[in-house]
Design a protein around this ligand. Structure first.
Ligand code: ADP
Ligand code: MG
Length: 581
């Protein structure tokens, strides 16, 4: 019995099986490879999944759900046709359709599947995906990361030599960039970075906005249906430019008139410029985190439907100095890789076992103060994001006050510099003998395993006292809404601080660089932040503060230049550590 490989996408889903020594995509009941991940349950109780439901997004948006993959592992629900659905339930309806269509096409029952998920999916999101499979009558104990699947598809064509790949997965609503290293029978994701608000939809919106501006239509003047039609046309024209030089958009106006726009590749390129800037930043982050430089990247592999964007290869080529690799059809690559994985699961003789490793997508650490006067504990990183799992790290933390009796080790998750801006997952409190500050210390070990369990062990060597805490699923103690709310609260608190706007901006910029970087750069940014904070705390007259601002600004510019320069070979400052004054 065949195991079904499934790419359960935010926008589109596909199925693939391993057959006669190669992956074979399975067509749905309409003869299509792509099944839109859209579900509609109308007021009369008629259920539609896939292409039909996608049409109903325009005619009956209230009873139609799309992009629910974004909400996997959160408590959000959707109401369609008066019934409430969770994201796994909606995903189950899509999986169910894929399963039934595959049974029809293959002429045999299907009870088992391998499903791909984004590499950054945490344990809750993975469990939600497995639950969806279960609800659809599929056993899915194998979950594979989308970039690993893409790398598997690449290996199938390009053999077994060593390769360092960038998997550039540009889908309907998200961009996921992964650095993947392949050697022997190992496929290892060494870094991931992404923007979950950057996808094909944004291109459609940019085109629609331009259409309105060009035709002097006020954005608010279109009703919801016209807006939906406009976006639909924008998408169609965008796709048409993959094979044609022009595409024409046309919207009916008042009294039989019409609004039109002729879209060319040049125009599309211009409309995408802002999106390209954002892509560049995501790419820089992934490459920087992988510890590789741009010259060491063997291939950039374009994956995902939006990778067919007519102007994308030119943009990638301009960044990397060589064209990206296009493996046949970008929007089926992940599915084909999952098909290979299904073959491995079936233990087909034609392919050997491949080891795939995972990374921790977020930073874990604890809070520390510089001395007993320091009011703003900051994050001391224990496990850096993108560390390969399982991972374990040990560090020492000292008392900061004389006769201090307890040491508290906070367990934090996040990329922010100040401890309070990160998510607190728990704490370990341990008693130490009272002595002068800095004499007593604890040995702290963070261990994060492949099942999403974090173990924190704290030991005081002088008393041999030891305490251990476990945190399951460090990533999802808050729902996305709660997280958003918490972040807003924090932002409000921060803005109350007594600083000029310019000083706030400098601090915020430094905090962002801290959040975006890893390794030595992150440490240096932290040091710089400490220093500047201390300067601000000391006060000083306007002239001095002005000088300090100028200094801080130049330091930050050097840091930024250093980050981008090293990756994209721009002009590199000799050193960003000397202070330039
Ligand atoms: P996801 O992985 O999010 O489910 P897909 O990889 O299927 O999504 O990508 C869907 C996106 O691909 C849509 O935004 C669609 O407009 C876009 N797309 C499909 N074909 C083309 C094309 N020829 N040119 C540009 N964009 C395309
Ligand atoms: Mg996808």
């Amino acid at each position: 019995m065949a195991i079904l490989g499934i790419d359960l996408g935010t926008t589109n889903s596909l199925a693939c099986v391993w057959k006669d020594g190669k992956p074979e995509l399975v067509k749905n009941s309409l003869g299509e490879l792509l099944t839109p991940s859209v579900v509609c349950l109308d007021k009369e109780g008629n259920l539609a999944v896939g292409a039909v439901a996608k049409e109903q997004l325009i005619t009956d948006p209230e009873d139609t759900a799309a992009s629910f993959k974004r909400w996997m592992g959160t408590p959000k629900t959707f109401t369609l046709g008066g019934r409430t659905f969770t994201p796994p339930e909606l995903s189950a309806l899509v999986l169910e359709k894929l399963r039934r269509d595959a049974e029809e096409a293959l002429g045999e029952p299907v009870t088992e599947a391998v499903i791909s998920v984004p590499a950054y999916f945490n344990d809750n999101q993975r469990s939600a995906t497995k639950l969806a499979a279960q609800l659809a009558g599929l056993k899915a104990d194998r979950i594979i990361n989308e970039p690993s699947a893409a790398a598997l598809a690449y290996r199938l064509v390009h053999g077994e030599g060593d390769a360092c790949l960038i998997i550039f997965d540009f889908g309907g609503g998200t961009l996921d960039v992964s650095v993947v290293e392949c050697f022997e029978n190992v496929i290892e994701i060494t870094a991931i970075a992404g923007d979950n608000r950057l996808g094909g939809n944004d291109v459609d919106e940019a085109i629609a906005r331009y259409f309105c501006a060009f035709n002097e239509l006020r954005p608010g003047s279109l009703n919801a249906e016209q807006q939906a039609i406009l976006l639909r046309q924008a998408e169609q024209c965008k796709c048409a430019l993959s094979w044609s030089n022009l595409a024409v958009m046309c919207l009916p106006g008042p009294d039989g008139s019409s609004y039109t726009l002729t879209l060319t590749r040049d125009l599309l390129f211009r409309l995408c410029e802002e999106l390209f800037e954002r892509m560049k930043r995501v790419l820089a982050r992934a490459i920087r985190d992988s510890g590789r430089n741009i010259g060491e990247i063997d291939h950039v592999i374009l994956v995902g439907g939006s990778s067919k964007l007519a102007v994308l290869p030119d943009f990638i080529a301009s960044l990397f100095g060589k064209p990206p690799l296009i493996l046949d059809d970008p929007d089926t690559i992940v599915a084909r890789g999952v098909g290979v994985c299904a073959g491995i699961k079936e233990r087909s003789g034609e392919i050997r076992d491949i080891v795939m490793t995972d990374v921790c997508p977020f930073t874990l650490g604890t809070s520390v103060v510089n001395d007993d006067k320091d009011q703003n504990p900051h994050m001391s990183v224990m496990i850096e994001r993108n560390s390969v799992l399982p991972v374990s790290r040990t560090d020492r933390f000292y008392t900061t006050r004389d006769n201090q009796e307890k040491i508290r080790v906070d367990i934090l998750q996040g990329e922010e510099y100040y401890a309070r801006d990160n998510l607190k997952l728990g704490e370990v409190l341990i008693t130490v003998p009272p002595e002068p500050a800095g004499k007593q210390w604890v040995k702290t070990t963070f261990t994060y395993d492949i099942n999403g369990v974090l173990q924190v062990e704290v030991e005081n060597p002088s008393t041999a006292r030891k305490k251990t805490a476990y945190v399951v699923n460090p990533s999802l103690h808050l729902s996305e809404e709660e997280l958003e709310q918490k972040l807003q609260e924090l932002a409000a608190i921060r803005s109350q601080l007594d600083q000029s706007e310019e000083e706030q901006l400098l601090l915020a910029t430094a905090e962002r660089i801290f959040a975006e970087s890893t390794g030595r750069l992150r440490k240096e940014t932290g040091r710089l932040l400490d220093l500047y904070r201390a300067m601000l705390a000391e006060g000083g007259g306007p002239a001095r503060r002005h000088r300090e601002r100028k200094w801080m600004k130049s330091q930050l510019e050097k840091l930024e230049k250093y980050r981008e320069g090293e990756v994209f070979d721009l002009e590199l400052p000799d050193s960003w550590e000397d202070d330039g004054e």
